[in-house]
Ligand binder design. Structure first.
Ligand SMILES: [Zn+2]
Ligand SMILES: [Zn+2]
Length: 138
């Protein structure tokens, strides 16, 4: 039997595919049902209104949305906080601002990489050495 500690309540339980104990699963299902119920009556509510109206934490609701259990069809105004700055966004996990900042960072990274490769090619040393080592290593 595979026992582990429930990350939610700390109790020891027999491991299952949820990785939390049955009592906590039931609690989460309860929360989920509360959210769905609330959204049925208040379709236009935002993430924070839903959280306030149900007493379910924003974090857990965010998880439901990310897992696809609550979608735009249930709540068109339910937006997710950007993982980087917390700004509410319609879809994806980060906002446009952070996305463009991030892609700029990635571009920088690529440039560094290219510069390094250029240098190696220029001297013709790094690549030759690597090839030789490969040959002898096997
Ligand atoms: Zn638990
Ligand atoms: Zn952001």
């Amino acid at each position: 039997m595979n026992l582990s500690n429930c990350p939610q309540c700390g109790k020891v339980f027999v491991n299952n595919s949820y990785n939390i104990c049955p009592a906590c699963i039931r609690e989460i299902e309860d929360h989920y049902r509360k959210c769905v119920e609330f959204l049925r009556k208040n379709r236009d509510s935002t993430l924070y209104e839903l959280s306030e109206g149900t007493g379910v934490s924003v974090r857990l609701i965010t998880r439901f949305i990310r897992e696809g259990r609550i979608g735009a069809k249930d709540a068109p105004n339910l937006m997710l906080p950007c993982e980087s700055c917390g700004e509410l966004i319609k879809d994806g996990s980060i906002c446009d601002n952070c996305r463009s900042k991030l892609s700029k960072d990635v571009r920088h990274l690529h440039e560094d990489e290219r510069r390094r490769t250029d240098r190696n090619n220029h001297f013709g040393f790094g690549s030759t050495y690597m090839k030789d080592r490969d040959k002898f290593g096997k």
